[in-house]
Write a protein of this length. Structure first.
Length: 648
């Protein structure tokens, strides 16, 4: 039924985004898991719930389990955490346990201030004693209180017993001793939830708990059918029809994974699961951009405003900025860690081994915050912890967002230092002349912003600039003496040579100036103009080399392709952006993967090297089905891109 504009204008966003669902909100797509878990808890009394990071344990607990368990007659205490801060300014006894205190504080926070225990009293209590007092207080406050109901403890994010104060083994064991003592009361029940990568580290502590948490339930990431429900039903509950085709396209996009093939190339393939957090982020963004008068979401809307890459890139940018603010670690350092440690040059996920204080250059407390933001997950393997991206689907959004951020936030000197580092600290990329002087002055004014690499780059530039100045002085003297000698021998001829040289130098200066002028508007054109300036004189003069030094960092050079043995004459992109073809004087055409930057050896075409030329040009047809190659023999050869076979 069509809705009026007033109703649509007042609708709220039914997708929660990156936060967990709260009590009173409706969680879609988890009906089966919720029913299974409630039945298991009723039957077994003590259950451990575990899952991969980001699967939605907290959402399932808050929005589905608590209401279902209350309908089944349980008295459900407020959700408990073990990460609360220690009490300040009070005397702590020998039996004080920070984890038990945190549980009790979680329950107390739901009570009126006048009915709460004082911090000193709470810090001295055992868990069993507190729960007995809790029932006594409840009877006094409510004459109709039913103390025959089973008491249910919900402990969320139980891995914090391991991560908070890692060296306090006695306190951790004391926590599970008290939990076991409490759960020997057959009228007390417990659901203990945690991330699955912490299970092995917990096993050594849980023996005092009745059954040793032998009953366990694994919550998987969303499968396709559940993901479709999580996409469609929130919209439909708000009067907007989310078509099946649109929902399926969105779910398929969210479950795409980057897979490395046996030949070293990579390809996107659909995975089995969807990350609930990513689904919520993308759907919330889609809903926010949907015209208010619209009452249906179709394929066209997914293509127009439901861009998964953009939504995930924005989510990444917001979370990284928030973690940087909370930890005081520069956003640039966090972004570079993602860009160079968690994503390989081939465009697939890499892993970082956890070290004592920092892991591959980033402090561990920062990585913990990134894991809480659902960008990173930890995996236990072989007794060690490995960090990786939360999902393959984040790879391209992160890479593109990082490129944009670096372009917007790093100046020419910082980008030049970055290119210098990535290209093996090549002397050919060092700054000199006025460019070095400007960079040295900026560094003097902003010493706190420089990284260790940038200081090294600046020092290398200084040595290179000093050497260049010495060489220029020496060259001036040599040129002067040579000029005097030449003038004495060929006075008339020198005038002609000077005229030609002046013309070439004037053209070189014009090209170099044009290259400088294009820096801010078209970095690619700036490089081409600088290259032409370098070709105009042999050897290249200072102005031409300086123009190239400015143009390369401004372009944010992404990759250098290496494979041809002689110069490359021509390069072409396929219309879909998947392939890059290059024609070279060495007589070959190479096809490169535009995502992973790797050459595909099976697709090297021997065109044949003539005396002067090899392969001279390449071009893809507008529909991408054909690749045309020309050679020095005047031949035009066509290849099918589906099979890369020669067709004419």
């Amino acid at each position: 039924m069509p809705q009026n504009a007033e109703t649509l204008a007042s609708r709220t966003n039914p997708y929660v985004g990156p936060r967990p669902y709260r009590r009173g909100e409706t969680l879609y797509g988890r009906e089966h898991e919720s029913a299974e878990l409630v039945d298991l808890l009723i039957a077994e009394r003590i259950v451990m719930l575990y899952s991969p990071s980001g699967a939605g344990k907290s959402s399932l607990t808050n929005a589905a389990l608590i209401p279902a368990l209350e309908r089944n007659g349980f008295e459900v205490l407020p959700v408990m955490r073990v990460n609360q801060e220690l009490p300040a300014g009070i005397q702590l006894g020998e039996d004080f346990n920070r984890y038990i205190y945190s549980l009790l504080l979680s329950v107390e926070s739901g009570l009126p201030l006048r009915d709460r225990f004082a911090p000193e009293e709470l810090a001295a209590m055992r868990l069993k004693t507190y729960l007995q007092n809790y029932r006594e207080r409840a009877r006094k406050l409510d004459a109709n209180y039913d103390d025959s109901r089973s008491l249910l403890l919900l402990i969320d994010q139980g891995e914090e017993v391991i991560t908070v104060a890692p060296t306090e083994r006695a306190a951790k064991q004391g926590f599970f001793d008290q939990l076991g003592e409490t759960l020997r009361d057959r009228n007390t029940w417990c659901l203990y939830s945690l991330r699955e990568d912490f299970l092995p580290r917990l096993d050594s502590y849980i023996r005092p708990v009745p059954t040793g948490f032998s009953t366990r339930y694994r919550l998987r990431l969303l499968q396709t059918e559940a993901a479709l429900a999580a996409i469609q039903k929130p919209a439909e509950s708000n009067g907007v029809h989310f078509t099946s085709d649109a929902a399926k396209k969105l779910a398929d996009d969210l479950r795409m994974m980057q897979v490395q093939l046996p030949d070293g190339t990579t390809a996107q393939q659909p995975g089995a699961y969807v990350e609930p957090v990513q689904l919520q982020v993308v759907c919330r963004r889609l809903w926010a951009e949907l015209p208010r008068e619209q009452s249906e979401i179709g394929l066209g809307d997914i293509e127009a405003i439901g861009n998964v890459d953009n939504a995930l890139a924005d989510f990444y940018a917001l979370q990284v900025a928030a973690v940087s603010n909370r930890t005081g670690v520069r956003e640039r350092a966090i972004r570079e860690w993602f860009d160079r440690k968690l994503i390989s040059p081939q465009g697939v996920r890499s892993q970082v081994l956890r070290a004592p204080d920092s892991s591959d250059g980033l402090p561990n407390h920062v990585i913990t915050e990134l894991a809480r933001s659902y960008l990173v997950r930890a995996e236990q393997r072989g007794g060690a912890t490995w960090y990786e991206l939360a999902h393959d689907r984040l790879i391209q959004p992160i890479r593109r967002n990082n490129i944009h951020w670096f372009d917007q936030n790093l100046n020419l000197f910082q980008r030049a230092a970055d290119v210098w580092l990535q290209q093996g600290r090549s002397d050919g990329l060092l700054l000199f002349g006025q460019e070095y002087l400007d960079s040295a002055e900026w560094a003097r004014q902003n010493p706190d912003l420089l990284t260790e690499t940038e200081w090294q780059f600046l020092e290398a530039c200084k040595k290179h600039d000093d050497q260049t100045r010495r060489e220029k002085r020496t060259n001036l003297i040599v040129r002067f003496l040579l000029a005097v000698s030449v003038l004495a021998l060929i006075g008339a001829g020198i005038m002609y040579v000077r005229a030609i040289s002046a013309e070439n130098l004037a053209r070189t200066s014009q090209l170099a100036a044009a290259s400088h002028g294009a820096l801010d508007t078209d970095a690619g054109l700036s490089i081409l103009l600088a290259l032409e300036a370098m070709r105009n004189t042999s050897p290249p003069v200072f102005e031409a080399v300086d123009a190239m030094h400015r143009a390369l960092p401004a372009s944010r050079l992404e990759h250098t392709f290496v494979g041809h043995t002689e110069r490359v004459y021509f390069v072409a992109y396929s219309p879909d952006g998947r392939w890059i073809a290059s024609a070279s004087r060495d007589g070959t055409v190479k096809v490169w993967d535009a995502v992973s930057y790797t050459a595909l050896p099976a697709y090297d075409f021997e065109i044949g090297k003539t005396e002067t030329y090899g392969a001279t040009a390449v071009a893809f047809s507008p529909d991408g089905r054909l690749l045309a190659v020309s050679n020095g023999l005047g031949e035009l050869i066509l290849f099918e891109t589906a099979s890369w076979r020669e067709v004419r």
